[in-house]
Design a protein. Structure first.
Length: 334
């Protein structure tokens, strides 16, 4: 098992961005020294209800503090970006991290983001698939002619090449069943989402492997998942301690439409006390270890990226969870 931290760069509108960012860099240095394996930065635009810094500068500065940890995007909204720019950014970050970069991408789900970038609904999946293919080929070959419905590139030559060969790994995030199948066909790994119930993930994992087999692909290079995580005395007291912060985050997600991105059999539209069941790693160190074993043994998960801070949560609670995890949970898996 490998363990990482998702830089949970979503904060209350009244929070000072400079102060909060310094806290994130402290978190990165802490997990580096505690022996974590990876650190991740996500992406959203027009983040109503919270503010959020953007991905490329965040990843670059995080990389300067990450030591030997893997650094990745978790995830980049690829359909909104120019594939040449993405390929150049990835190659640059792969050099900065000495070949320890992972490109995590996803389609996204938020209408305001699509509209702001002029991406109408009929073209969203096509844009994602063509841009993913273009980025993949550019990173692998360095040159590209591409005549797609969305992407048109003629005699493009990438002089900034990645260190990893043939290129850095590409992990595809997916919520819905169709997106999971697409991840099986087009990526090295499916980046399991943090919102779905365990039974949803289990059903989708079976579907993922069936789709890879049908596409003539072997086992994925990794089975990563993002998870909300908080360690306290026991499940109930830990939940009470973190519930107010977690509630803010998931209230925002529901308003953004995250619930509708899940399969129809699952939903985020319920009280937080019910929502936490079979989704989040909240409890004592022993409780969290038990939940990790379940994901490892029943889903094949081998890499977990934890989100340990939510809007309004003070830094001391974040660092306490990270330190307890490293001392009381991680030794049983690493």
């Amino acid at each position: 098992m490998k363990f990482g931290m998702f830089v949970m760069n979503q904060h209350s509108l009244e929070d000072d961005p400079a102060e909060r960012w310094e806290e994130h860099l402290e978190q990165v240095r802490v997990i580096r020294d505690l022996g974590f394996h990876s650190v991740w930065c996500g992406q959203h635009y027009l983040t109503e209800g919270v503010w959020m810094m953007q991905t490329w500068p965040s990843v670059a500065q995080v990389a300067a503090h990450a030591g030997d940890m893997t650094v990745g995007t978790g995830i980049l909204l690829l359909a909104l970006h120019n594939p040449v720019d993405v390929a150049e950014q990835v190659a640059t970050l792969d050099a900065m991290t000495k070949g320890r970069f992972v490109l995590g991408v996803g389609l996204g789900y938020r209408e305001p983001e699509y509209r702001a970038f002029g991406l109408t609904k009929p073209w969203r999946v096509k844009a994602f698939e063509e841009k993913l293919e273009a980025v993949t080929r550019l990173l692998e070959d360095g040159t590209l002619d591409y005549a797609g419905e969305v992407v048109q590139l003629e005699d493009v030559k990438l002089t900034m090449r990645p260190i990893q060969r043939p290129r850095p790994p590409i992990w595809i995030a997916a919520n819905g069943d169709g997106a999971v199948k697409r991840a099986a066909r087009m990526g090295e790994a499916w980046f399991l989402n943090p919102h779905a119930r365990f039974d949803t993930l289990k059903r989708q994992m079976e579907m993922f492997h069936e789709e890879r087999e049908a596409a003539g692909k072997g086992a994925p290079d990794a089975t990563p998942v993002i998870k909300e995580m908080f360690i306290g005395k026991d499940r109930e007291s830990a939940f009470r301690e973190c519930a107010d912060y977690l509630a803010v985050k998931y209230d925002v997600y529901v308003k953004w439409g995250q619930s509708e991105a899940l399969p129809s059999s699952d939903t985020l539209r319920m009280p937080l006390d019910e929502l936490r069941s079979d989704r989040f790693l909240i409890g004592s160190a022993e409780d969290v270890a038990e939940d990790i074993r379940r994901h490892r043994d029943e889903l094949g998960v081998d890499h977990m990226a934890f989100r340990v801070q939510w809007p309004g949560m003070p830094q001391e609670l974040v660092l306490r969870t990270l330190e307890r995890f490293a001392k009381e949970v991680m030794p049983g898996f690493v």
